[in-house]
Design a protein around this ligand. Sequence first.
Ligand SMILES: [Zn+2]
Length: 321
Amino acid sequence: MKKLVAALLVLVLLFVVAAEFRHRLLFGLQDGSPPPLGEITEEGPGVTWADDYYTVEQIAPRTYAIGEPRYHQQNFNYLIVGDREAILFDAGSGLRNAAAIAAGLTDRPITFVPSHFHYDHVGNGINFARIAIIDLPHLRERAPDNALRLQWGEHLGSSEGYAPSEFRVDQWLAPGSDVDLGGRKLRVLFTPGHTWDSVSLYDAQANVLFTGDFIYPGYLYAFLPTSRLGDYIQGADQVLAVTNAETRLYGAHRVAPPGAPVQTRQHVLTLKQTLEALRAGDVDGEGFYPRSYAAGDMVLLVEPWPFQDWGETYPAGLPGS
Ligand SMILES: [Zn+2]
């Protein structure tokens, strides 16, 4: 009897440890280097190859999608140019230098803004002239000297051999504020869910929203260490509040060629409805970890029930909303 109790205790302990370190177990199983590059893709008219790795596509006046079709995650970064300065929104993993491609497209000084801190967006190792990040209380308190040391779970780069680095902050972007590039303004939107620090940029004049990993066609990752399903619903409300039926939403990944991934407000409504149905227990998913739920041309990936976090990082309301 004592042996049985001891064995049960060991089993429970193993389960608790596996649950606690589930993200480490999941990402630690990968081999620590990026997979080989894919073939050169057929991208159609309007898209040019900047070298044998990047594509450049003008998606609006003074607005460029800088794609990485050969990288396995098919990242898209965006250069947004004003009269006085420009923003590079995301820079891929740093496998190549997206900042150099951006500098070849404008002579305005460029500020790098990461949509969030996952390794495939922060351009690991690229020497940016200027960096701006979203101003959130939970980030500010960790960066009293304007240097933010990224945590493993915010960065996740170990799966492709990147260590989380210290992030220098030249400028804090208040949620809800406008960044003035000169003759062009971008609204800073706090859109958490995929991560607790995700930012989207809205150009009201061009009616274009840059969404990072908040939404794009394909698999949406809502099961990562700083993902939170309650945040995702709040983030969707932020986007729904500013967009209209004609708004073009440009995301940070795509499924297949050609060109940059573009969606509409309707996709955000579908995402929100899927989240609400999931919370109510009204939809069926597939798989165990992560579980997947179809949402139009997207698939929402979430943790199984006991680990689902419907809480909110800012339960009293999102900063800037
Ligand atoms: Zn991400």
